[in-house]
Design a protein around this ligand. Structure first.
Ligand code: AMP
Length: 220
């Protein structure tokens, strides 16, 4: 029987959540749900929601919880989520974590990818994305086959507005203040209940080795 995996990926911006989420979603055949990608799609489409969040995102701040929770509730209702899901970049505040716990949104594993601020600043400056698919590359750590081109479509890669250094510093500050407390919160929850299980992996190392470590922890 195929197991259902409902996973949260926690970690600072630039820890490698998006890259790992992509690999894990293929491995377990579950949708990768990235609130950041969904919001960026709204901004690109110029929707009312996009207009509301654009400046907040460009400043590296968090979008209000009610907007994010509405987005997540709608997404999790879709049929592809019945096989499980991988949440990338959600929850990011205690209020968001408490809301999904209270609403009984099932989570089996919380995986924290741990990495220092200095390493993150080094990494994000080299990060490039393919806007249409959300595929992520890095000039040194995960280069595309052809410089500055998406592997699958050959389209150009871009640097996200919020990957610029000043914004990265702001996002790290917001992470430490708003999101890092979730690590303790989920560790406590794991002591009280059998699920979700909390797993911490180091974000240093190759994309493959980190992914293997996560898979091993989940399947053990
Ligand atoms: P990400 O691609 O996950 O780093 O998200 C990019 C930006 O989208 C963040 O810096 C926030 O402004 C916003 N965002 C994404 N997910 C959330 C969330 N769960 N709560 C609040 N804001 C979010």
């Amino acid at each position: 029987m195929h197991r259902i995996y409902r996973i949260i990926l926690l970690g600072a911006p630039g820890a490698g959540k998006g890259t790992q989420a992509e690999k894990l979603s293929k491995k377990f055949n579950i949708p990768k749900i990235s609130t950041g990608d969904s919001l960026r799609a709204e901004v690109a489409a110029g929707s009312d929601l996009g207009k509301e969040v654009k400046e907040i995102m460009n400043r590296g701040q968090l979008v209000p919880d009610d907007i994010i929770l509405k987005l997540i509730r709608n997404r999790l209702k879709k049929p592809d989520c019945q096989r499980g899901y991988l949440l990338d970049g959600f929850p990011r505040t205690l209020q968001q974590a408490e809301a999904i716990e209270e609403e009984g949104i099932g989570i089996d594993f919380v995986i924290e990818i741990n990495i220092s601020d200095a390493e993150i600043i080094k990494r994000l400056s080299g990060r490039r994305v393919h806007p249409a698919s959300g595929r992520i590359y890095h000039a040194i750590f995960n280069p595309p086959k052809v410089n500055n081109q998406d592997d699958e479509t050959g389209e150009p890669l871009i640097q996200r507005e919020d990957d610029k250094e000043e914004t990265v510093r702001k996002r790290l500050e917001v992470y430490h203040q708003e999101t890092e407390p979730l690590i303790q919160w989920y560790q406590n929850l794991a002591r009280q209940k059998s699920s979700p299980q909390f797993v911490q992996v180091s974000g240093l190392g190759s994309v493959e080795s980190i992914c293997d470590e996560v898979i091993k922890a989940i399947q053990s």
